[in-house]
Ligand binder design. Structure first.
Ligand SMILES: [Zn+2]
Length: 311
């Protein structure tokens, strides 16, 4: 069973602490991905917009470099993939298939040519904003956030044209609405849950979940306890509550995993690291979820969007 995890911040952690992506004490490393494969893992490059106000781009490039350095060192077991064929080939050879994403469009510096260069560098997915306002859109942390700017609209159009997945996690509600109106391709909310189950601005309302279904996109379940139940502690069953609610609204085809490992301070009991993800599927099987639905949640839904958008 292929497991696709659409979001982790591990490359940022290894970049900051000068640690190895292959084996480390973080929530995720290549060794554990290999042991619980086949795996497709998105690696996000995030530069905090306040801390790195003047130069988010250098930092984003440094984090992406972490993933490429790992590929050079472990080329027999780890491959940066830029197409669904490349993913298929990597998995066939028993490698972890890595996808590059960027968390926040600050690094574009308002310039579409930077977006195109990042695409050429292998980036196949981007979150338009993080929690704050940037040149593209307002993030979820902006009170009464506005929708997309003119530049933000151009970025979405260009991403559709290039074959980059537009990621709406972290956007404010107005920005989400604008993206869903203009995107001609399926979008993802790589690491967001249901707001009806857990009231957080980072989670999606029922009408947003239905919009994702209409768009053909996928929502990735986030394992952060505060996005599961608004406390420091959670269990696998708290994740299951989000699965049940999202499936009840959208059916089987619009839900996946975006665990947010190494971007979260508290993980649920039994889901402490990426090697634990299969435990969620075991729990779903105990609850009589069909093998077909479990395989879709584990990875096939995200694989569908990857095939459609990046080809
Ligand atoms: Zn995030």
């Amino acid at each position: 069973m292929i497991i696709v995890d659409a979001h982790c911040d591990t490359a940022l952690s290894t970049y900051e602490k000068n640690m190895d992506l292959f084996e480390n004490d973080f929530h995720l490393d290549i060794k554990r991905l290999l042991e619980t494969g086949p795996r497709v893992q998105f690696f996000a490059a995030f530069a905090h917009p306040m801390a790195y106000r003047n130069d988010t781009l250098s930092r984003v490039l440094g984090i992406l470099d972490q993933v490429y350095c790992a590929q050079e060192l472990y080329s027999d077991r780890f491959a940066v993939c830029m197409s669904s064929d490349a993913i298929d080939d990597a998995l066939k050879m028993g490698k972890v298939a890595a996808m590059l994403s960027i968390e926040g469009g600050e690094c574009l510096n308002g310039d579409l040519s930077v977006l195109r260069q990042l695409y050429r560098l292998g980036v196949r997915s981007m979150l338009l904003s993080w929690n704050y306002r940037n040149q593209l859109a307002d993030g979820a942390g902006e009170p009464n956030g506005n929708g997309l700017s003119g530049f933000g609209r151009q970025v979405v159009e260009q991403m559709n044209r290039l074959g980059m997945i537009v990621d709406v996690s972290h956007l404010c509600d107005a920005g989400f609405k604008d993206v869903l109106e203009i995107s001609t391709m399926p979008v993802i909310a790589s690491h967001s849950n249901s707001r009806a189950v857990c009231d957080s601005i980072r989670n999606l309302t029922d009408s947003q979940l239905i919009d994702i279904k209409k768009n053909g996109g996928v929502v990735g379940l986030n394992f952060y306890t505060h996005f599961l139940n608004n406390t420091d502690r959670a269990t696998i069953d708290d994740v299951v509550r989000h699965v049940e609610h999202i499936c009840s609204l959208t059916g089987e085809d619009h839900i996946g995993i975006g665990a947010d490992y190494d971007g979260i301070e508290h993980t649920p009991e039994g889901l402490e690291g990426t090697e634990c993800i299969p435990a969620l599927f075991e729990r779903l099987a105990q609850l009589n979820y069909t093998d077909t639905l479990i395989e879709k949640i584990a990875g096939l839904n995200f694989m569908r969007v990857i095939k459609q958008v990046i080809a």
